[in-house]
Design a protein around this ligand. Structure first.
Ligand code: ASP
Length: 358
């Protein structure tokens, strides 16, 4: 029996055409996309397709669209060996990170891909990205799918999605994964480094909470779909000259539950009293706050410099080497599944889906 893959089209450049009036690229319908790629019929797998009714530019991605996408995968989970999601590259790392938390104990691959040039363009990068993503999704051994996590495939590299960031709007190599090596490289052969692949674990807050509440605890072997996320969060990026008025206004947002604080270098921030006091008050109000670095690579190490000691003292959680994209997704997930600052910290500082180095 041939493996079955569900190919899901959400939108993005891969399926875009120029609007005749505005000349701007916009998503068009899926049937027109597959016409450009008859080669996929030669693959040794069965491919079914699903398209969003209104394909979007990924700049329009939001919680509602994530749930739509998650629901499609969840509903079809038992019927397919893997999933390939066509998605715009602009927010692909955010979506990949979010899906990685939504699907606990994943036993199959979810591979996101797209392209920098539309599939109808003569020089398109879409064909290689799509064909290799499908090939990676069907990779099996005697125990079933080899890849059991959410990935991004782009320009000859397969990455763990929650380790990536879009770093180039021009080059075909649009993504980087600065703190974790690529899981696979496509050359003459498709080389998957099995030692780097994620192996699921049951120490997940949603799992622990279900146990505590004595709600039926899932069979630890089964995938669990956890679509609920909290959107009352903000990313606050520091810059020299940031004012008390700006930080104060953000901390005062009504109903705010979490702040991802993008600091300098290894987690450093201004030492002025007003700044530290505003953060301290926000933490005392119950707002969860995570320290992530603005640097492309490397990690937060609070206490290394004097300029981060005060953040550690007032109780910021260390984001370690997490990307801002993954920190945001993890925060949205953990605000839903933890109920105290201590459990939020415990799980944020634990690698739940391979998103941080432990
Ligand atoms: N604006 C497009 C999008 O994210 C860019 C792309 O697909 O690469 O949907």
């Amino acid at each position: 029996m041939k493996p079955k893959i569900l190919l899901i089209y959400t939108g993005g450049t891969i399926g875009m055409m120029k609007d005749p009036e505005t000349k701007a690229l916009r998503a068009f319908d899926f049937s027109k996309l597959l016409v450009h790629i008859p080669e996929i019929k030669q693959l040794d797998c069965e491919i079914d397709t699903f398209s969003f009714d209104d394909p979007i530019d990924s700049s329009d991605m939001n919680l509602e669209e994530w749930r739509k996408l998650g629901d499609v995968i969840n509903k079809n989970y038992d019927d397919y060996h893997g999933f390939v999601v066509l998605h715009g590259s602009d927010t692909m790392s955010y979506t990949g990170s979010t899906l990685s938390f939504m699907f606990e104990n994943l036993t199959k691959p979810i591979i996101l891909t797209g392209s920098q040039l539309p599939i109808g363009d003569l020089r398109t990068d879409a064909k290689e990205n799509l064909i290799t993503s499908l090939q990676l999704a069907v990779e099996q051994d005697q125990d079933g799918p080899i890849i059991k996590e959410v990935c991004i495939y782009f320009e000859y590299q397969l990455y763990r999605a929650n380790r990536t960031a879009k770093m180039n709007a021009e080059h075909f190599e649009a993504f980087s994964s600065p703190n974790y090596p690529p899981l696979a490289i496509s050359g003459v052969n498709l080389n998957i480094d099995k030692s780097l692949l994620w192996k699921w674990q049951v120490d997940d807050p949603a799992f622990a909470k279900a146990k505590q509440e004595k709600t039926p605890v899932p069979d630890s072997n089964r995938m669990r779909y956890r679509p609920d996320l909290v959107d009352r969060v903000v990313v606050l990026k520091l810059f020299p000259g940031i004012t008390e008025e700006v930080v104060g206004a953000i901390c005062q947002i009504n109903g705010l539950e979490g702040i991802v604080l993008e600091t300098y270098g290894s987690g450093n921030a201004p030492t002025q009293k007003w700044f530290v006091n505003l953060l301290k008050e926000a933490l005392e109000k119950g707002i969860r706050m995570v320290n992530v670095t603005q640097c492309i690579g490397g990690a937060v190490a609070m206490g290394k410099y004097e300029t981060s000691i005060q953040l550690q003292k007032i109780g910021l959680v260390s984001g370690n080497d997490i990307t801002t994209e993954a920190a945001l997704a993890k925060m949205m997930y953990l605000l839903q599944h933890t109920d105290s600052p201590a459990s939020f910290r415990k799980y944020f500082e634990t690698s739940l889906r391979g998103e941080i180095t432990e």
